[in-house]
Design a protein around this ligand. Structure first.
Ligand code: PGA
Length: 251
């Protein structure tokens, strides 16, 4: 049975004190979520050590929102995988559309980042998703398949055990416009098929594929009921512990 996961991407929100308080509230409520649902929070870099302390002994795991595409050295402003691991991260999000759109993250760079993350013992949540123009031009299946192939076809079936994919249609992120369960499901099924073609059915069946984009307590149940949707990557609704936990209770 593949793992179900609800991950909170805090983006560039909260001070350290606010982040610690949010993490404490999540830990307090985590017991209400089903045992088979993994919980992850992804605070900003500055919060990681403090939040790691809060999460200790709980079921909630820690993720970064990005990592450097180099191992170490003269890369001012960057944060390397070994730093994230030593701060207590088990995961990093990579390829979020905001990184692709505003910070020039390319599939090529992502291959390097995924490689470094896995080599450094981190698991990866790799984001893929089409923008509104691509959806309206009917290119969403192609765009998402290409992003998936461009990055993940450089890895092995063994590597895939440490990788989760998040499908996040850009037009649904932070807009309040959620993809319908059917729109999300058909892309998730397509991603699983792409993975099956390269790595085989067993790897594809084991792969956790999350949906992200205005996922909230009121729509999570319907999304998570789809057979290829294994949880969510949550932005806005993860900034309140009770709505984040409510989403995780939606399976
Ligand atoms: P949202 O963000 O839930 O605020 O739409 C999701 C994400 O970008 O990860």
């Amino acid at each position: 049975m593949r793992k179900k996961i609800v991950a909170g991407n805090w983006k560039m929100n909260t001070t350290v004190a606010e982040g610690v308080a949010l993490a404490k509230a999540v830990v307090e409520l985590a017991g209400q979520t089903p045992d088979n649902v993994g919980l992850i929070v992804a605070p900003p870099f500055t919060h990681l050590c403090c939040v790691a302390d809060v999460l200790k002994g709980s079921k909630v795991e820690l993720s970064a929102q990005n990592c450097a595409d180099h191992e170490s050295g003269a890369y001012t402003g960057e944060v390397a995988v070994n730093m994230l691991a030593s701060a207590g991260c088990q995961w990093t999000i990579l390829g979020h559309s905001e990184r692709r759109q505003y910070y020039g993250e390319t599939d090529e760079k992502l291959v390097e980042k995924v490689r470094l993350a896995l080599a450094g013992g981190l698991k990866v949540i790799l984001c893929v998703g089409e923008n509104l123009d691509q959806r309206e031009a009917g290119k969403h299946f192609d765009v998402v398949s290409e992003q998936t192939k461009n990055v993940l076809f450089n890895f092995t079936a063994e590597d895939m055990k440490s990788i989760v994919i998040a499908y996040e249609p850009v037009w649904a992120i932070g807009t309040g416009k959620t993809a319908t369960a059917q729109q999300a499901e058909e892309i998730h099924a397509c991603i699983r098929k792409v993975i099956a073609e390269k790595f085989g059915e067993a790897v594809a069946e084991d792969l956790t594929i999350l949906y992200g984009g205005s996922c909230k307590p009121s729509n999570a149940k319907e999304l998570f009921a789809e057979k290829d949707i294994d949880g969510g990557l949550i932005g806005g609704a993860a900034l309140k512990a009770d709505s984040f936990i409510e989403i995780a209770k939606s399976f």
